[in-house]
Ligand binder design. Structure first.
Ligand code: C5P
Length: 402
């Protein structure tokens, strides 16, 4: 019995070493009763021959915009109309840039502009190219244009480097295309996040606080929800509104934050301490407003308990991630905290330099763990949060398998 074709997929292969994996993708897609037609850019043909895809798809491969024989058979407009879905795998940095700017100077870019069906892209490139701000900006534009982005994954790269940029495995791309449901990185996991500043009262009207906006913690909460986690956010006073699915616990002081976090940390899979917790608090809160009399006065401050260190030393303990804002010697201080506080990971950023940070919408991070590190260039905190959540999910996976 011949089974019914349930989807017509136009697979575009662009130039990159991952092009060989797309041959497997064609095979997997056809097993799911889809009809697959393949378009290849010139660069893609340097890596794999059209013959390979012709044999696997059972159709001639389209390569040229102005190929008379192909125009006769099925021109680019017809090909775009034919498809239920356009999938670009691997999607190079070049094609991402072209799509995001509407350039149409070859078959694939013209097809993209002519297509009205859902579009999926599976980026694959060197990690530095992936992390480049312009690539991230292009991707953001594509996302805003409704394009679905699959991956990429982190790991060893063909160029010998490590980091984000590996094309998602064909089996996972196939699953996402067929079920239309992306696999969530933190499905079934619970994440506890502390965010914002704390407020240490001196008297009924005055307090000591800091410039933390809470943006990073709230962005991480959103990103964790998007990856399928349940999220509890213990937040100091900020003017942000969390995602509707976040369970919010409001606190003011470092002592309150300590209590609320420690009560919950044992029941969570992950703890991320983004809060700028006051290091010291006044020992005594005056019941009445402090009057001004003397020319000089002083306040005695007492050291607060370290919430992050306490979570990391508790049993059972979640996968524990700290933050470190440093003005100098970033790696040495961050690694020192990683060891001393027994953390699984620490995300460090410069403060006091012109590079984002506390009140800014952007930030740059250098993330360290025992045997590795990863740099995230200056970018929007929401984007950064997605990357950090993905890195946490990856490190948790690695930890549980070692
Ligand atoms: O030691 P330092 O304050 O620089 O470490 C920063 C990290 O420790 C942040 O993740 C912050 O949330 C956490 N921290 C804490 N409790 C404190 C002070 C800092 O959890 N009392």
């Amino acid at each position: 019995m011949v089974s019914k074709i349930n989807k017509k997929i136009l697979l575009a292969v662009t130039g990159g070493i991952a092009a060989y994996k797309s041959a497997e993708l064609v095979r997997l897609l056809r097993k799911e009763n889809t009809e697959v037609r393949v378009v290849m850019t010139r660069a893609a043909q340097q890596f794999v021959t059209p013959l390979t895809f012709q044999a696997l798809s059972g159709h001639p491969v389209a390569t040229e915009l102005l190929d008379v024989s192909q125009e006769n058979a099925m021109g680019h407009i017809n090909l775009a109309r034919w498809a239920d879905m356009l999938v670009v795998a691997p999607a190079s940095a070049d094609i991402i840039a072209k799509f995001s700017h509407g350039i149409a100077d070859d078959l694939l870019t013209t097809l993209y502009l002519a297509s009205e069906c859902p579009v999926y892209i599976a980026p694959a490139m060197n990690q530095a190219m992936w992390n480049k701000v312009v690539t991230q900006e292009n991707l953001k534009r594509l996302e805003q244009h409704g394009i679905n982005i699959i991956g990429p994954e982190a790991g060893d790269q063909a160029c010998g480097e490590r980091g984000y940029g590996r094309m998602t495995e064909p089996v996972d791309i196939c699953a996402q295309l067929i079920t239309n449901k992306p696999t969530s990185l933190l499905q079934g996991k619970s994440v506890l996040i502390s965010a914002g500043p704390t407020r240490e009262p001196l008297d009924p009207v005055r307090y000591i606080t800091n410039r933390s906006s809470g943006k990073m913690g709230y962005a991480l909460a959103d990103a964790a929800i998007a990856e399928g986690a349940t999220v509890t956010l213990v937040s100091g006073p900020v003017s942000l509104v969390p995602h509707s699915e976040v369970s919010l616990v409001k606190v003011e002081t470092a002592v309150q934050m300590y209590d609320e976090v420690l009560q919950r940390s044992g029941f969570h899979d992950v703890y991320i301490g983004t809060a700028a917790v006051a290091d010291y608090s006044p020992g005594e809160i005056k019941q009445k407003k402090i009057k001004k009399h003397a020319e000089q006065t002083s306040i005695t401050l007492y050291k607060n308990k370290d919430i992050l260190g306490a979570v990391a030393s508790s049993t059972p303990r979640p996968f524990t991630v700290g933050f470190a804002a440093e003005t100098d010697d970033l790696e040495r201080y961050a690694r020192g905290k990683l060891e001393r506080k027994k953390l699984d990971m620490i995300a460090a950023n410069w403060v006091g330099k012109d590079v984002g940070g506390f009140e800014d919408d952007k930030n740059a991070l250098q993330v360290f763990w025992r045997n590795g590190q990863q740099t995230f260039e200056l970018m929007d905190k929401n984007e950064l949060a997605k990357k950090l959540i993905a890195l946490i999910a990856e490190r948790m996976d690695e930890k549980s398998t070692t």
